[in-house]
Design a protein around this ligand. Structure first.
Ligand code: AMP
Ligand code: ZN
Length: 458
């Protein structure tokens, strides 16, 4: 029985999908004007666990992830500049080049972290027609109005506005009265379509029934998720920062257009925090996976690090804690490697593991079960079999290690590799070099990759 904490009710609920054959999952992707930071990646890791847990429970998952390559403004209040155009200016490239480069970098990050690919990647710029069609639908139903700079959603016409976020609409309105005057009718109204400025040529703009311009940020997620997953989604996930604005607006515009519930289970992950401050793109505490790799850390150690906390708890980042996670993962991999071929079951621990992850994705508890299993008196081959199954959710690469190595690497060479890794970890470069020479003498070449040493026959 899978239980998930639904932001709509603020309670753990038993997950019941709409259909028998597949489950629809939508996750908000990256705005591709820069690298993802490891805070963003924490959210994608939590969503990957969610997806793997659904798969383990026997569901087929249709997973859509968007790529925001237009329309995400620097301010949530529909003001400021488009992040994509800003990124292009910064790097003296076209917005399309920026999008392509950072999309690829993002997809590489996901691969390095062993995050399963979505069934569908949906780019905002490839779905302009769908977004215009949705705005038209809202127009027919009387939810939109035009100002001098765009087309807006009138939140006062949608009675449930802000329900999930439990927004204090009255307070917001009073607060806004003292703030700057704008043509918006209500402070919570948001842009569906923005007009191109008259004095500046935009790189990305499209004709629309209301004037030349570009879509607002929120509309892409509604248009693309409903296109691929139907009017009502089983699950939608993202970081907690999206609750009050982005997801609140997605709900309003989708439900206003269809008259149906937009999402049945909303899941939100908490932040990665550095020195008590949320990691953010514009905050100067920006760490990427590339930086981790350059420091010789294994991306899967970051995966392990995030699994040590529950996704709804804040997670404090420190280099020490990450090194600790790397050491734990290495110890775990070593223990797994020593086990014989998989056979049988460790009933008690497999049940405990399933209970942990099915209890709102309790990964810290699941990791505790892994270590308890290793200490247990369960037969070694059954331990190995259980760990293979656990790794389908954890995604730490435990299952593959033995097979790959046993197939191609003689055990005496493997021992040399392991000793060299130990030397490297102790910064004993001379020792590591001597071991490399020994390995080369035996006819192999080692290449150090982000996933650890790779061996090739010379
Ligand atoms: P964005 O590109 O800003 O839309 O962010 C992509 C995803 O990362 C969203 O789901 C955000 O909620 C999430 N996110 C942003 N900052 C953090 C953080 N410090 N920790 C965890 N998730 C974050
Ligand atoms: Zn979104």
């Amino acid at each position: 029985m899978l239980q998930l904490f639904n932001t709509l009710s603020r309670e753990k609920e038993i997950f019941k999908p709409q259909r028998k054959d597949w489950v629809g999952l939508y996750t908000c992707g990256l705005t591709v004007y820069n690298y993802a930071h490891i805070g963003n990646l924490r959210t994608y890791l939590f969503e990957d666990i969610l997806k793997r847990v659904l798969l383990l429970n026997g569901y087929q998952v249709k997973h859509v992830m968007n790529i925001t390559d237009v329309g995400h403004l620097t301010s949530d209040a529909d003001e400021g500049e488009d992040k994509m155009e800003l990124g292009a200016e910064r790097e003296h490239k076209t917005a399309a080049e920026i999008a392509k480069y950072y999309t690829k970098a993002f997809q590489q990050d996901l691969k390095d972290l062993n995050i399963l690919k979505p069934s569908i990647w949906a780019k905002a710029t490839a779905h302009i027609a769908e977004q215009i069609a949705l705005i038209k639908k809202l127009e027919q139903k009387g939810f939109i109005y035009k100002t001098s700079d765009g087309v807006y959603f009138d939140t006062s016409k949608y009675p449930d506005y802000g329900k999930m976020a439990r927004l204090d609409l009255k307070g917001l309105k009073e607060g806004a009265r003292v703030a700057k005057n704008s043509e918006k009718r209500n402070p919570t109204d948001f842009a569906l379509w923005k007009f191109s400025p008259k004095d500046k040529k935009r790189q990305m703009e499209w004709p629309s029934p209301w004037g030349k311009g570009f879509p607002g940020w929120h509309i892409e997620c509604s248009a693309m998720s409903m296109k691929y997953l139907g009017d009502t989604l089983d699950l939608h996930a993202g970081g907690i920062d999206h609750i009050p604005v982005h997801h609140t607006n997605e709900i309003a515009q989708s439900e206003a257009a269809t008259g149906k519930q937009f999402v049945r289970y909303w899941l939100h992950g908490d932040f990665l925090v550095l020195n008590e401050e949320r990691m953010g793109k514009s905050k100067g505490n920006f760490i990427t996976l590339k930086t981790l790799k350059e420091k010789g850390l294994n991306p899967l150690a970051y995966r392990y690090f995030t699994l040590q906390a529950h996704y709804r708890a804040k997670l404090n980042f420190s280099w020490d804690a990450l090194s600790g996670a790397q050491a734990a993962l290495e110890k775990l991999s070593e223990r797994v490697r020593e086990l014989p071929a998989p056979k049988g079951k460790c009933e008690k621990y497999e049940t405990k593991f399933l209970e942990a992850i099915n209890d709102d994705l309790n990964t810290p508890q699941a990791l505790a079960v892994v270590w308890d299993l290793l200490k247990s008196d369960c037969p070694d081959s059954a331990k190995r079999a259980a760990l293979n199954r656990f790794d389908k959710v954890l995604g730490l690469g435990l299952g593959g290690l033995k097979k790959k190595r046993a197939a191609s690497v003689p055990s005496d060479i493997q021992k040399l590799i392991d000793r060299r890794e130990k030397a490297r970890k102790k910064n004993d470069w001379a020792g590591a070099d001597a071991l490399r020479q020994e390995i080369e003498k035996a006819g192999f070449a080692v290449e150090d990759t982000s996933k650890g040493p790779k061996l090739k026959k010379k």
